[in-house]
Design a protein around this ligand. Structure first.
Ligand SMILES: [Zn+2]
Length: 160
């Protein structure tokens, strides 16, 4: 194995302190109890109620743990697209994959689940590969399956 990706490990949102400080990819599994209108990416749109996953990469100080803590706790400033959604959403689970690629993970979720991208380019303004980094999941999707597909993504990533 030549790739540097570790396994994608699932955590409860209240256990964010157990996430690694390494750089890598992450997934935030969210539930929207009601439809939410968001102004991003412009001109924005409406996301139906349901189960979602937001994929991202954390390469700054504090790595995955710091970014996931920010997403779990929320923040006053809207910096990431997720910040527009976060106050209306309940975090179901988080998953961290040191060295992973959020685009490979997104591709694995689109391939491996009946996931859709209801709002094009949400979370993926700087990505030319994915339809969005926010995917709507089938209602019965287990968060553990999202993490398992992250592991599958790491395998694809070897040859990417
Ligand atoms: Zn992407």
């Amino acid at each position: 194995m030549t790739h540097a990706s570790g396994p994608a490990v699932l955590h409860a949102p209240e256990s964010v302190a157990a996430c690694p400080r390494a750089a890598g990819a992450y997934a935030v599994v969210l539930r929207l109890p009601d439809a939410v209108a968001v102004p991003v990416p412009r001109p924005g749109g409406t996301l139906p109620a349901g189960l979602y996953v937001y994929l991202g990469a954390a390469n700054g100080p504090g790595g995955l743990r710091a970014r996931l803590r920010r997403h779990v706790l929320g923040g006053n400033r809207r910096h990431w697209h997720l910040d527009y959604l976060r106050p209306e959403a309940a975090v179901v689970a988080i998953a961290a994959q040191p060295g992973g690629s959020e685009c490979a993970w997104t591709g694995a979720l689109l391939d491996g689940l009946d996931a859709t991208a209801p709002l094009a380019r949400f979370g993926s303004s700087d990505c030319r590969r994915c339809p969005a980094h926010l995917l709507r999941l089938p209602e019965d999707t287990a968060a553990a399956k999202v993490a398992r597909l992250g592991d599958a993504a790491a395998q694809y990533h070897v040859n990417a």
